[in-house]
Ligand binder design. Structure first.
Ligand code: G6P
Length: 610
């Protein structure tokens, strides 16, 4: 992944680059660097292992006067997050930053070493720098050198390059990774995403794959591999990014947890018509669409897959059509067999996860109809899917998703009712009642849980000191548990697994010993008896049971060490409610453990590498 930025124009580049990198930090934050071309035409470079804030401090110690520069914030792939491995990387004639991953870098390193190039880092990027240097010195033309170089690269990249003998210019190219260039009064910009540029310019261009872009203060030129050059075609962006401010909350994650009632209500009510029925015509989707496929193949990664698991439960139980939930990194190479007309449904908060995008492309090339549930407007997956349903959750900054996930589930819940209603599996009255529940009762239940943060904090104090814990549940609590468990491990670093409660005894029960926490979710009365049996099995082995159940669960105190009574909602909606309890539980446990809640170690929000 990584974030790249560049500026050339009338203003000083340093501050623009540092601000841009701060906006791109969600893409990676383990090391960072920048280079500004000095007035003497020298490359002045600062790098550090660590955050952009540390880079900014280091940059203050150096003279970085100059109006043309590039910057990078890194999520390490090749080589640890050290100063040496931080970008930019140099070769004799150039300096560059890279977002992506070069699959054949070992072969390239070997070849270039034999040719006399000396490597100073462990990165794949340095091989690109030397290869491009070799080609530039051979042909003397930046665009031609870029084309020659990228023909030799396997993998994905967005590159921003400054050549020593081309002052005022930044060259760029991309394959499978995002790159935006923008034109403004004061100069020209490039970055990995639009929001990082929007306060500078609304006139942007998304270069095609494999072209060479030359960015100058007063022009942006695109050269295609056949050698033809033309000014970049700019499009006007008319949408705004929401606020990326903590607004008084201690962390973005906490703010985003609090935004969930409104986000879910907004996302669902937007798709309920005057008759109170599900209606996706606001997304440009005709009602006939919902009867045009026989099954759904969900393609996604991480929490979006967990939303997909809840979606499968809802769609299969309400509408009775088969749904498969496919991890995108597997689907892109081994898609399962399909029967009849299958809708490929990509789910992605960022809209640019590389595996999800590749899975969508494969599904389309296999002739599948496609749709996507996306948060980030205009992102790659949104542009490539046949239909897009935006979650409109607003910018999600914390790496661990909260409102992004909830709004994905809200759309899937409405889709389930829409498909069921369109196929005569649900009456208009039942569908309207369902929509009322989703628009009114679910947001109210989420708010009620958020208001009980102190109670959840006290419960987190009972589990935070463990290295392992388990979530168990049945029915809707099974897919819900997967996301609850992921929240716990990604931000508190407590190892956590989610199990179908009946499955625990088939192996994992051997791990239950004195005081190991098991968080039992019980929100569907059809399974209460079975759940009490499974809970007993845990307690008989000394496990500590925290029961999160609905008010009609009789005598929770008899079956648990501690309990948390969730607000009552119909069982089909409970995954939208129980997850909020788990989000806050994980958040509080992470705080006690001193974790960096918004920036968990080793992770990034937007994963644009395989
Ligand atoms: C990363 C994030 C996860 C997210 C996943 C998929 O791993 O850390 O929180 O669920 O990517 O992201 P997407 O943007 O496709 O939903």
């Amino acid at each position: 992944m990584c974030g790249i930025i560049g500026y050339t124009g009338k203003k000083q580049a340093k501050q623009i680059i540092l601000e841009g990198l701060a906006a791109l930090e969600y893409r990676g934050y383990d090391s960072a660097g920048l280079c500004v071309r000095g007035t003497d035409n020298k490359f002045n470079t600062v790098k550090c292992g660590g955050r952009v804030s540390e880079l900014a401090a280091a940059a203050d110690m150096v003279d970085l006067t100059g109006t043309c520069g590039i910057g990078h914030t890194r999520w390490a792939t090749h080589g640890g997050p050290t100063k040496e491995n931080a970008h930019p990387h140099t070769s004799e004639s150039l300096i560059l930053v890279h977002n992506g991953i070069i699959d054949n870098c070992l072969d390239l390193r070997r070849m270039l070493t034999e040719e006399g190039y000396v490597f100073l880092s462990e990165t794949d990027t340095e091989a690109v720098a030397h290869l491009l240097d070799r080609e530039y010195r051979a042909c003397g033309d930046p665009a031609e050198a870029i084309f020659r170089t990228i023909r030799l690269l396997n993998g994905s990249f967005a590159l921003a390059i400054m050549f020593k003998d081309r002052p005022g210019e930044i060259w760029a190219t991309r394959r499978d990774n995002p790159l935006i260039v923008a034109s403004a009064e004061d100069g020209s910009y490039l970055a990995s995403d639009i929001p990082a540029l929007l306060h500078h310019s609304r006139d942007i261009c998304r270069p095609e794959e494999g072209v060479a872009v030359c960015v100058r203060a007063d022009s942006i030129t695109v050269t295609t591999p056949d050698g033809k050059s033309a000014p970049a075609k700019l499009e006007r962006i008319d949408w705004n990014v929401g606020t990326a401010d903590k607004e008084g909350f201690a962390h973005f994650m906490l703010k985003e947890i609090h935004e969930q009632p409104d986000a879910v209500r907004r996302c669902a009510s937007h798709r309920v018509n005057a008759a109170g029925l599900p209606d996706f015509t606001v997304d440009g989707i005709d009602p006939s669409f919902w009867t045009s496929f026989d099954s759904i193949a969900i393609i996604s990664c991480g929490s979006a897959t967990h939303a997909g698991l809840v979606g499968r439960y809802l769609i299969e139980s309400l509408a009775g059509i088969p749904v498969t939930v496919n991890t995108a990194s597997e689907y892109r190479y081994d898609p399962p067999a399909t029967v009849g007309h299958t809708l490929a449904l990509a789910i992605s908060q960022s809209g640019e996860t590389a595996d999800t995008l590749a899975g969508l492309r494969l599904a389309k090339s296999n002739g599948l109809l496609s749709a996507a549930i996306i948060n980030v407007f205009g992102s790659a997956i949104a542009r490539e899917a046949d239909h897009v349903m935006y979650t409109n959750a607003g910018p999600e900054i914390a790496v661990a998703t909260t409102k992004g996930y909830s709004t994905q589930v809200a759309i899937l819940a409405l889709m389930a009712a829409q498909i069921a209603y369109a196929r005569g599996k649900m009456t208009a009255e039942a569908a309207a009642e369902y929509c009322r529940g989703l628009v009114n009762d679910v947001p109210a239940a989420i708010s009620a849980i958020i208001a009980r943060r102190d109670e959840i904090k006290a419960l987190s104090a009972k589990i935070y000191n463990n290295s392992d814990l388990y979530f168990i549940g049945r029915g809707p609590d099974c897919p819900a548990g997967t996301e609850c468990s992921l929240k716990m491990k990604e931000i508190s670093y407590i190892h956590s697994e989610a199990y179908a409660a009946g499955e625990l005894k088939h192996g994992t029960l051997s791990l239950i010993e004195q005081n190991i926490p098991v968080i039992a979710l019980a929100t569907d009365k059809r399974y209460y008896d079975k759940m009490t049996g499974n809970i007993r099995e845990v307690r008989a082995r000394g496990g500590y049971v925290l029961l999160a159940c609905e008010p009609d669960f009789a005598h929770p105190e008899e079956f648990s060490d501690d309990s948390f009574i969730l607000p009552a909602v119909p069982a089909v909606f409970s995954p939208l409610v129980s997850v909020v309890f788990a989000q806050i539980l994980a958040y509080e446990a992470a705080l006690i453990r001193g974790c960096d809640v918004d920036h968990p170690r080793n992770l990034a929000k937007s994963v644009t590498v395989e």
